[in-house]
Design a protein around this ligand. Structure first.
Ligand code: C5P
Length: 232
């Protein structure tokens, strides 16, 4: 899979999600389904969006004991999604078990990427809440390397980290980056943002874009602008 724009479909219901996707008509953007929509609608929403021809990043960020994650990943794999994820903090054993669970009988599997540290975790909470004294940057790169050494395909990270992740883990290791805003757009609650063009410069493989598209007056035009800036 080449560079692409993934739309974060952070809607509370299937109805609102499908109404949003209807606007795209012949176009079939890559979509991200997160916890809110999945917990509201269950696996059926994945099947519905898949049957409309979209690629799906199922963003459920699993983190549990290896056996539980392995079995849960097998269920997600049967939904035929394109990308799944988990928390690298679950350890290398958990990540390896996840890959085993994800791999189908014919050897195929969805891509598996890891969350290193959430962008909502700052240096202060890393130190005070998690008792991790190393600098954030070092922790993120260490977790990314753990993911790579466990056989995963990439990480979710800030576009500001994409270049360093590629330097640390290799060019082929995927960087999927949220925190993207248009130069003339609202930042909202995101703190460290980049434009689609800057994310491309930094070497992001996929950008995940939510509100700049979903809340735009013309979502299709906003999506096309992202594609123009990031892919073309
Ligand atoms: O609306 P916005 O473009 O901020 O949406 C970004 C999406 O990426 C949301 O679904 C958010 O949960 C997700 N995300 C993020 N930062 C992370 C991981 C995921 O913004 N570190």
């Amino acid at each position: 899979m080449g560079k692409d724009v993934i739309i974060a479909c952070d809607f509370p219901s299937a109805e609102q999600t499908l109404e949003f996707l209807d606007k795209f008509e012949g176009n079939k953007p890559f979509v991200k389904i997160g916890m809110e929509l999945f917990y509201a609608e269950g696996p059926e929403i994945v099947r519905q969006i898949k049957s409309r021809g979209h690629k799906i990043f199922l963003d459920l960020k699993l983190h549990d004991i290896p056996n539980t994650v392995k079995k849960s990943m097998a269920v997600l794999s049967s939904l035929d999604v394109d990308i799944c994820n988990l928390h690298a903090a679950g350890t290398c054993n958990m990540m390896k078990a996840a890959l085993e669970g994800l791999t189908r009988e014919d050897g195929t599997r969805p891509l598996l990427i890891a969350v290193t540290q959430l962008t909502s975790t700052d240096s202060e909470s890393l130190k005070n809440d998690l008792l991790i004294d190393e600098p954030m940057d070092k922790v993120v790169m260490h977790y990314a390397l753990n993911a790579k050494n466990s056989g995963l395909d990439g990480v979710v990270c800030s576009p500001l980290e994409a270049k360093k992740v590629h330097e640390t883990c290799g060019k082929e290791f995927l960087t999927v980056t949220p925190g993207v805003r248009f130069a003339d757009g609202e930042i909202g609650d995101q703190k460290r943002v980049m434009t689609p063009a800057q994310a491309k410069e930094e070497g992001s493989d996929y950008i995940v874009v939510g509100r700049p598209i979903t809340a735009a007056p013309d979502p299709v035009a906003a999506y096309e602008r992202c594609v123009r800036e990031f892919v073309d």
